[in-house]
Ligand binder design. Structure first.
Ligand SMILES: Nc1nc2c(c(=O)[nH]1)N[C@H]1C(S)=C(S)[C@@H](COP(=O)(O)O)O[C@H]1N2
Ligand SMILES: [Mo]
Length: 181
């Protein structure tokens, strides 16, 4: 049985099976369409709890009463294969983006108990953030306040005090790169 952990800037780390996700929170349904740049369009029906409700249970290290404090936080979501992605807390916060992002327990009617939960980002039209087989959600206090990462930037914040400033002409930005994933 597959489990995920919620770690990082939280009051208490939690370890949850897909059955826990199904039993402890209200489930929502989402019918989504996304396109993978390498393998085309997908249409799926997912069920599962809201990501924000599950993470809230671990006690993210912000002051819940302060929107500005909440707006600095990030969530890293990683699958068992190492593929991962980042969301901002503000994307899913009701007072900001209010995106109904789910931790799916069910995909097209089949339970995900063995394979693990899948991230469902109904507001994304690209499939890359639909992380499957989730093993870890790491909460990060953004903007360098996280004591997990040393601040080694230079005095101007760029870390490159020796360089002249470069002014970019937006028309000169070069050809857009085609993505493959
Ligand atoms: N764990 C994990 N999740 C992942 C990926 C991955 O490589 N590893 N690829 C992503 C990409 S790029 C897409 S398009 C979708 C593909 O979903 P599918 O399995 O329905 O094709 O899964 C996403 N979730
Ligand atoms: Mo993709």
């Amino acid at each position: 049985m597959s489990r995920l952990v919620v770690v990082g800037a939280v009051d208490r780390q939690v370890r949850l099976s897909v059955a826990d996700l199904r039993d402890r929170w209200a489930s929502r349904q989402a019918e989504v369409t996304f396109v993978c740049a390498s393998s085309g369009a997908r249409r799926h029906t997912f069920r599962g709890p809201l990501l924000r409700e599950v993470v809230a249970a671990a006690g993210p290290g912000f002051d819940p009463a302060r929107r500005r404090d909440r707006s600095r936080f990030l969530l890293e979501v990683t699958g068992g294969d190492g593929h991962g992605t980042v969301l901002s807390w503000a994307e899913i916060d009701e007072d900001f983006g209010n995106a109904p992002v789910l931790l799916a327990t069910e995909l097209d009617g089949a339970r995900l108990d063995d394979s693990g939960s899948q991230l469902v980002v109904p507001t994304d039209t690209c499939g890359a953030r639909y992380i499957s087989g989730i093993t870890r959600i790491r909460v990060r206090a953004g903007l360098g306040r996280d004591d997990e990462e040393p601040d080694d930037m230079g005095s101007d914040g760029t870390g490159r005090d020796d360089l002249d400033p470069v002014y970019l002409d937006p028309d000169d930005a070069g050809p857009a790169r085609a993505s493959t994933r």
